[in-house]
Ligand binder design. Structure first.
Ligand code: PAF
Length: 279
């Protein structure tokens, strides 16, 4: 495995291997969820590139850009084990040189859920992902479904901008107790780590009610929210039942309905989601 820090060097590699690269874009502090994307990438292309870049343009002014966890040495170990050929870890100055002024924006589906509570977030995500697509020139790129809206936004961008890249969404990887894996989990105190289980419990409660025949979104919302409101510290940012393609609100739920939630546990904002009819 090699580590490339320069955009120009990455572009040279991409030119040599054109049509044979799978890309796993990440912000680093890798965990088993990222590793599952890398292992799948290995099956889908001759060369696997994992980008590690804490992208400043997707963080709001009061967000955790500076405190976002970073550890390149630990990331190298995980990536190497997962079969990655190249880690692309550019600097912010190389990605956004002085005078930088171009951004890519997907409109409607970024307006709600995480887009509503994090204005400008998806503009930063689509901008950096489009740049990574141009630099690495992958034939396939893999993203986790934990960021369900991000995946939907990227699929929309790829269709709208005619990127000739297959987008693969991979299942959420969870800790043994149900917490969805996230680099931000490491920022939770032991008490908050326990409280964070309210997200997966809330999903489980809504799914049990759905399985029991409940179809009213208002009723399902109450069941799911009760699992979080029972806890002292966690604060619901959103807890929504949505159409999984348009991400628009629904009154009646069905097997394909997406339950998506964002909850603040202490200072850490966690997200999780599930499709009601899926196990
Ligand atoms: O999901 C992430 O880690 C980031 O949003 C991504 C896709 C790497 C873009 O910075």
């Amino acid at each position: 495995m090699i580590v490339i820090h320069s955009v120009a060097q990455m572009q040279q590699y991409a030119r040599d291997k054109r049509g044979e690269i799978a890309l796993v874009p990440t912000m680093g502090y890798l965990h088993e969820g990222h590793a599952s994307l890398m292992v799948e990438a290995r099956k889908r292309a001759k060369y696997v590139v994992a980008s590690i870049f804490v992208n400043p343009t997707q963080f709001g002014v009061n967000e955790d850009l500076d405190s976002y966890p970073r550890d390149l040495e630990h990331d190298k170990e995980i990536a190497e084990k997962a079969g990655v050929d190249v880690i692309f870890a550019p600097t912010a100055a190389d990605m956004y040189p002085e005078g930088y002024q171009s951004y890519l924006n997907v409109e409607e589906i970024t307006a709600h859920l995480c887009g509503a509570s994090r204005p400008g977030h998806f503009r930063g995500v689509t901008t950096v992902v489009a740049k990574l697509f141009n630099i690495v020139a992958p034939k396939v790129a893999l993203f986790g479904k934990k960021d369900f809206q991000q995946l939907a936004v990227i699929r929309r961008m790829v269709r709208d901008f005619n990127f000739d890249i297959e987008i693969v969404g991979m299942p959420i990887v969870r800790e043994a107790d149900g917490l969805a894996m996230s680099s931000r989990n490491t920022k939770l105190s032991p008490v908050e780590r326990e409280q964070a289980l309210c997200l997966s419990r809330s999903i489980a409660a809504a799914k049990a009610a759905f399985k029991g025949g409940e179809r009213s979104v208002a009723a399902l919302q109450k069941v799911a929210a009760a699992m979080i409101e029972g806890e002292k510290s966690p604060q619901i940012d959103y807890l929504e039942f949505r159409d999984q393609d348009s991400l628009l609100p629904l009154e009646k739920a069905d097997e394909r309905t997406l339950l998506a939630l964002a909850v603040r546990v202490g200072s850490v904002r966690l997200i999780d989601n599930s499709i009601l009819g899926e196990d």
